[in-house]
Design a protein. Structure first.
Length: 289
């Protein structure tokens, strides 16, 4: 676990995401900040120096919805407005944005979120919808966010490779889409990775394997999500992480149907999450005939 770290955010708030209202999301370290980047490199070096490959979770931007470990939001927020609340406007992000007037951009984000809380129509989480609501300069800002993540993933990979180990980059878009109920909505996974500042093709080109979360009940949706990622990253190693129990999977046959769907869509390997609280009958679904 790299940049989802409440303890470090509380100790070093300047390294945490700063939303458009100037509030720090202390559990989410911003991958553009020097301190967060230094921590990521040190963590990767520590793990790989012990002869272990690194599976990098949360080596990207994160969302407003998965903030503090006891996050509570008693106002409905559309997916698009949550995306705006997830954008980081810290000094490091502003520096990377070039000619973008980040103060004006943040102000327009605040205006839109305030309007949403006052009852404005829901905003879809698509780049086109957000640009229509906020302005064309948002695209340049989103691109700068993606470059920061791609560069950091490459730097982490270099550290891991120097220790003779491999780096697996874990794209958490599947959790954004289907964590609560296993019913992802909207565009396919590869087309929503930008919400976490991930460019799948660019990141995958610099790491040893690319992993995605297939948090979906429907094997057809899972297949299409995985296929979208395979198309984006090309021929590199692709891993898919499935949940064998609630809320995604109801039986052993359901598990194997989804496993087959992921492989058919281009996955090289299927992993299971999470063993910690899984009942024995759920773990038994992982047995092979």
């Amino acid at each position: 676990m790299f940049l989802h770290n409440t303890g470090l955010g509380e100790q070093h708030p300047s390294a945490a995401t700063e939303n458009c209202f100037g509030d720090r999301i202390l559990s989410n370290l911003c991958p553009a900040t020097p301190l967060a980047r230094a921590y990521a490199l040190a963590l990767a070096d520590d793990v790989s120096s012990r002869g272990l490959d690194v599976v990098a979770e949360a080596l990207s931007q994160q969302t407003f919805g998965h903030g503090h470990h006891h996050e509570r939001s008693f106002a409905p927020v559309s997916a698009g407005d949550e995306t705006l609340l997830s954008l980081c406007f810290c000094g490091a992000c502003a520096d990377r944005a070039g000619d973008v007037d980040t103060e004006a951009l943040a102000a327009r984000c605040r205006e839109r979120v305030d309007a949403a809380w006052a009852g404005a129509a829901a905003l879809p989480a698509t780049r086109d919808a957000l640009v229509d609501a906020i302005g064309d300069d948002l695209l340049a800002y989103l691109a700068a966010r993606e470059r920061a993540v791609t560069e950091l993933a490459g730097e982490v990979a270099a550290i891991v490779h120097s220790r003779g180990q491999r780096l697996v980059f874990m794209d958490l878009t599947g959790a954004v889409l289907g964590y609560d109920d296993g019913r992802p909505q909207g565009a396919l996974a590869a087309d929503q990775a930008w919400r976490l500042a991930i460019d799948p093709a660019a990141v995958a080109s610099g790491v040893d394997a690319y992993a995605v979360l297939g948090y979906a009940q429907d094997p057809a949706r899972l297949h299409d999500d995985v296929a979208s990622v395979r198309a984006a990253i090309g021929e590199g190693e692709l891993r898919v992480i499935l949940r064998p129990g609630h809320p995604d999977t109801t039986s052993a046959s359901h598990w194997h149907e989804k496993e087959a769907a992921a492989i058919a869509a281009g996955a090289d390997r299927v992993d299971a999450y999470n063993y910690g609280m899984a009942p024995e009958h759920v773990l038994a679904r992982l047995e092979r005939a």
